[in-house]
Design a protein around this ligand. Structure first.
Ligand SMILES: [Ca+2]
Ligand SMILES: [Ca+2]
Length: 266
């Protein structure tokens, strides 16, 4: 695999890493017989290869406002403010390899997005998660995502969803979502039903609605109290610690530091 990538890099016939070949490498490839290239030692490690690929993703985002699959990102606040978005390289899914996290936050509310991208030499870039960018990662492959809005009955509680990384599919799978009813917001719900004081056993004025990923339907399900909610959350958190995410501004300097030079034109 390493040799394969080295050949791709040296020959400029790059698919996954398109645009990340330096002029020196192109020049060298032109003068070097193919047989010699094939027998050459690998020129990049897997980690370097991954960072080059992530650098390419970031240059496309920075210069063109597009994702690896060509989808456009929202730039309604002005493309010149792209540097106000952030990225990070962290192994968030606990497989020993870094992921690229992209926090596209300098956009209109509907255009704010958080991404986890993975990379492997055969498949290239893969999107592991797309969500609202309020992401909290845990060291057991869990990520919690706060909802974009809290305009319902939740009050002091902020609704969120939880995902778990699934090694088999190489992507995050939804575990479920949680909402709540805070009696201080309304004593009756939108259907005119009274706050379920019988369920609010701990008397804190909050009850919860847990929506597992495989459950369809709305708020006609029974609410539960804090102890049941904590039990549900503790089952997937399972003592995991929050991962510190070293976020960087999306500046040319920070992107270039991944090893992929800025493309000349686009
Ligand atoms: Ca990883
Ligand atoms: Ca309660």
């Amino acid at each position: 695999m390493k040799r394969h990538v080295a050949i791709l890099l040296c020959m400029g016939a790059v698919i996954a890493l398109g645009g990340c070949v330096s002029k020196t490498q192109e020049h060298a490839a032109a003068e070097q017989p193919v047989e010699e290239i094939k027998s050459a030692e690998p020129s990049v490690t897997e980690e370097e290869e991954r960072r080059l690929a992530f650098g390419k993703v970031l240059w496309d985002v920075y210069q063109k406002g597009v994702l690896p699959d060509g989808r456009p990102l929202d730039q309604s606040l002005g493309a010149e403010f792209v540097v106000d978005n952030e990225f990070a390289l962290v192994d968030v899914d606990n497989d020993g390899e870094e992921e690229l996290l992209l926090f596209w936050e300098n956009a209109c509310m509907a255009g704010m997005m958080g991404f986890v991208f993975g990379y492997d030499g055969e498949m290239g870039i893969r999107e592991e998660l797309l969500e609202f960018p309020t992401l909290t990662f845990y060291d057991n492959g869990i990520v919690e995502v706060e909802a974009s809005h809290n305009q319902g009955l939740a009050g002091a509680f902020w609704p969120y969803s939880a995902y778990r990384y699934d090694e088999k599919s190489g992507a995050y799978q939804l575990l479920g979502s949680v909402d709540a009813w805070d009696i201080s917001v309304r004593e009756e719900n939108y259907e005119g039903e009274p706050f379920p004081t019988d369920i609010d056993v701990d008397g804190d004025g909050l009850v919860y609605y847990i929506f597992p990923a495989d459950v369809t339907g709305g708020y006609d399900m029974s609410a539960v109290d804090g102890s049941s909610y904590e039990e549900w959350r503790n089952a997937y958190i399972d003592g995991a610690e929050e991962i510190d995410i070293p976020r960087q501004k999306m500046t040319e300097e920070n992107i270039a530091a991944l090893g992929c030079p800025k493309p000349d034109s686009f």
